[in-house]
Design a protein around this ligand. Structure first.
Ligand SMILES: *Cc1c(COP(=O)(O)O)cnc(C)c1O
Length: 239
């Protein structure tokens, strides 16, 4: 059995240590658990250990988990951290409080349209929160907009009334080269600083970066939310 509570404590210590070395308060970094392929009981164990923020890659798993936890009377915050097909967007928005993988004006426009429909169906008349995903390491295997295109895309999306940009998300360089990892996160932080100078985007402060193997580097580079799977749940179960 994986000691989920013990692992969460270790990850929290790691975050606190990295934050302290960077001269940041430990509570300036949130812990999001990457929930893909985890059975409900593992998510419940995480909640019992005090973590209620989950990131989902797969919309069907988001729906199952958020419905199951709600039915058990457990309040959680669920976010989408994987690509969303257009026919799954409405379900994603009905079950997640933010979509962190928006990388085009087209995707944001789709979200704005779905949000108008949700409001017509009785949802609160508010914009839907998103993060813009940046391909900060220029990796052909990763989603996210090109760093050079980010500000133009952000500027166009900021005109959409029913979408709200809360910040940036990146996966970063997938390598053992620590300097390359630092560089991809630093680039993302700098893009965040430029983003906040655009009209209406001063509040876009979220910086989602860092996973099991590189969370300390991400915190050193200004991450406000790390997405951790393996370090908490152990090796992932497969479908
Ligand atoms: C799976 C996943 C994570 C967590 O990865 P670990 O290495 O298991 O911590 C973080 N972000 C995204 C987008 C993921 O898909």
């Amino acid at each position: 059995m994986t000691d989920i509570a013990g692992n969460i404590e270790k990850v929290r210590d790691q975050i606190a240590e990295a934050a302290s070395q960077a001269g940041r308060p430990a509570d300036s970094v949130k812990l999001m658990l990457a929930a893909k392929y985890q059975p409900l009981e593992n998510l419940e164990a995480a909640v019992a250990a005090g973590v209620t923020l989950f990131g989902h890659n797969i919309v069907q798993q988001l729906v199952t988990a958020s419905t199951g936890l709600a039915a058990a009377g457990i309040a959680t915050t669920n976010t989408v951290i994987g690509p969303v097909q257009s026919n799954k967007m409405r379900a994603a928005m009905d079950h997640a409080s933010r979509i962190d993988t928006v990388d085009s004006v087209k995707a944001a426009t789709r979200i704005a349209r779905r949000q108008a429909a949700r409001i017509a169906d009785g949802a609160p008349a508010e914009p839907f929160p998103i993060l813009l995903q940046v391909n900060s390491a220029d990796a052909s295997t990763q989603s996210g907009c090109a760093p050079a295109a980010l500000l133009e895309i952000a500027s166009e999306i900021s005109e959409l009334e029913l979408v709200r940009i809360d910040g940036l998300m990146t996966i970063g360089a997938n390598t053992d080269d620590l300097a390359a990892i630092h560089q991809s996160f630093q680039l993302t932080r700098e893009l965040g600083e430029q983003l906040r100078k655009l009209p209406g985007l001063a509040g876009a402060t979220e910086l989602s970066m860092g996973m099991t193997h590189d969370l300390a580097i991400a915190v050193a580079e200004g991450s406000t939310v790390v997405r951790v799977g393996t370090a908490v749940f152990g090796p992932r179960p497969r479908p």
